[in-house]
Design a protein around this ligand. Structure first.
Ligand code: FPP
Length: 247
């Protein structure tokens, strides 16, 4: 399936309208490994390298917010050894590779329920957030133990607790207020969500925030995803006519 004409001139970041906020569902690691007769964890390792490369590229071309889906609230259902391998990968990333992002001035944030992770991992997440919070480059949200329905349930609980305690007047509840009770409070909604690996699903990712997001599905497995694939997605996005329900 070609989503983008083969004969089209290779897009360059200069010729496109850049989205402010890009979301990426990093999918296809398992299939990448299977195709090579490797264990799934090898696919995740390779996917982590792609994550590193694409994140820095997004920052260098001027994307202001990038949200990547690294581990969902549903991913705990995977076999124990795969979950274990992912936890190890997160641990080593948070210890080493994230310091890479320092050179690019990237602000690292985690969205999701941190309490599901080991105390060591939680401490590393905190450390990364604290040490990067005063940078002024791209904001990188890493969604870990993230599920959008879970995020919305949490927001509803917080809102109702605030109404009950008198901190919040229920008449002031509107869309902007609900947005401010989500993990992404204060950030613009994603303009573009890219899903590699050819799956046409949202998989519980940024459901509230993606009401008017443009989706680009790409037929590439995440570990094979290149900077040129991102350019292609940006080019497709540039050609979309966003109407937000208007005409
Ligand atoms: C989905 O592919 C991918 C994941 C559940 C894990 C994504 C994690 C990484 C890319 C590592 C990133 C590291 C950091 C620190 C953010 P899949 O396993 O569902 O692939 P499949 O659909 O082919 O089986």
């Amino acid at each position: 399936m070609a989503l983008f004409g083969k004969n089209k001139k290779a897009p360059t970041p200069d010729s496109i309208i850049l989205p402010v906020h890009v979301g990426i569902i990093m999918d296809g690691n398992g299939r990448w490994a299977k195709k090579r007769g490797l264990p799934r964890k090898a696919g995740h390792r390779e996917g982590a390298q792609t994550f590193r490369k694409i994140t820095r590229y997004c920052s260098q071309i001027g994307i202001k917010y990038l949200t990547v889906y690294a581990f969902s609230t549903e991913n705990w259902k995977r076999p124990e050894d795969e979950v274990g391998a992912l936890m190890k990968l997160f641990q080593s990333y948070l210890e080493e590779a994230l310091s890479d992002f320092k050179d690019d001035d990237i602000v690292v944030r985690f969205i999701g329920d941190k309490s599901g992770f080991s105390p060591e991992l939680q401490a590393l997440m905190e450390e990364n957030e604290q040490s990067s919070k005063n940078r002024d480059g791209m904001v990188l949200n890493i969604a870990m133990n993230y599920g959008s329905r879970d995020e919305i349930v949490r927001a509803v609980k917080h809102i109702s607790a605030d109404v009950k305690s008198g901190r919040l007047d229920e008449n002031s509840i509107d869309e902007a207020l609900v947005s401010n009770y989500l993990y992404t409070a204060g950030q613009p909604d994603p303009d573009l969500i890219i899903r590699p690996s050819g799956e046409y699903r949202i998989s519980n990712f940024l459901l509230w925030q993606s009401a008017y997001t443009e989706f680009v599905i790409m037929n590439k497995l995440w570990p094979d995803f290149q900077q040129s694939d991102l350019d292609e997605a940006l080019q497709i996005y540039s050609q979309r006519n966003r109407r937000y329900g208007g005409v």
